[in-house]
Design a protein around this ligand. Structure first.
Ligand code: E4P
Length: 227
């Protein structure tokens, strides 16, 4: 399961883009609003940091068919290739998805809370559907189970639409969707860090360093090899 970073914070994007194997960045109006300022400058900076080969998902703010289509085309014209337009799973959105995907635009249908919405999005030609895992888990619904249902339906139909699971509050939720066949997941900075961190990893690394030093002194293996 591939991972994207769910933030518009430039410092975080720089960090994770350097150290973590992410394939792109996702935003939504709330995520962009947290950074504030000049939104076009912000989006342009994100594109510059991740480069043209990684995905950048940007959500429309318009809500009627004609305006969603116009806005989606403007977003892609502004941010270039590998830009995916996020469109919420509404009637107007679904109509726009059909028009835009027929024209070759990469569309992510977002705010997906049911497998039925995912099925409709897939039939409309979406490249991705974004089920909101923790928003479901928060209301005692089965977020991971919904992703599993979508994965099964997509596998049976043979659709090319992929699942981009979103809205995670814990690292376990991320692993749980990976285990039920989710293709990609977008994860905030905190949860992304928690996917790697483990105190026993830290103590193990410290132990290796100390044992090496005790036996071989200050020189690293590289320094020995270069001699
Ligand atoms: C993707 O970008 C989604 O909009 C996002 O993951 C939603 O996350 P939230 O439920 O934490 O707001």
């Amino acid at each position: 399961m591939k991972l994207l970073l769910d933030t518009a914070n430039l410092e975080d994007i720089r960090y994770f883009n350097t150290y973590y194997p992410i394939v792109g960045v996702t935003t939504n109006p709330t995520i962009l609003s947290k950074e504030g300022g000049d939104v076009l400058k912000l989006l342009r900076s994100i594109r510059e940091i991740i480069g043209s080969e990684r995905q950048l998902h940007v959500q429309v703010t318009e809500s009627t068919y004609e305006k969603i289509v116009e806005e989606a085309e403007a977003i892609v014209a502004f941010l270039g290739k590998n830009t995916f337009v996020k469109i919420p799973a509404t009637d107007e959105g679904l109509r726009a998805v059909q028009t835009l995907s027929a024209k070759g635009y990469g569309i992510t249908v977002t705010a997906v809370l049911t497998a039925a919405q995912a099925l409709l999005a897939s039939n409309a030609g979406a490249a991705y559907v974004a089920p909101y895992v923790s928003r479901l888990e928060n209301i005692c619904a089965d977020g991971v189970g919904t992703v599993a249902d979508i994965a099964e339906i997509f596998a049976i139909s043979g659709t090319t639409t992929q699942i981009l699971a979103a809205s995670f509050k814990t690292a376990k939720e991320v692993l749980d969707v990976a285990a039920v066949g989710c293709h990609t997941a977008t994860v905030g900075s905190d949860v992304m860090k928690k996917l790697l961190q483990h105190p026993t990893t830290d103590t193990s690394v410290a132990g290796f360093a100390s044992d090496w030093k005790t036996a071989f002194g200050e020189k690293t293996l590289l320094e020995c090899l270069k001699k």
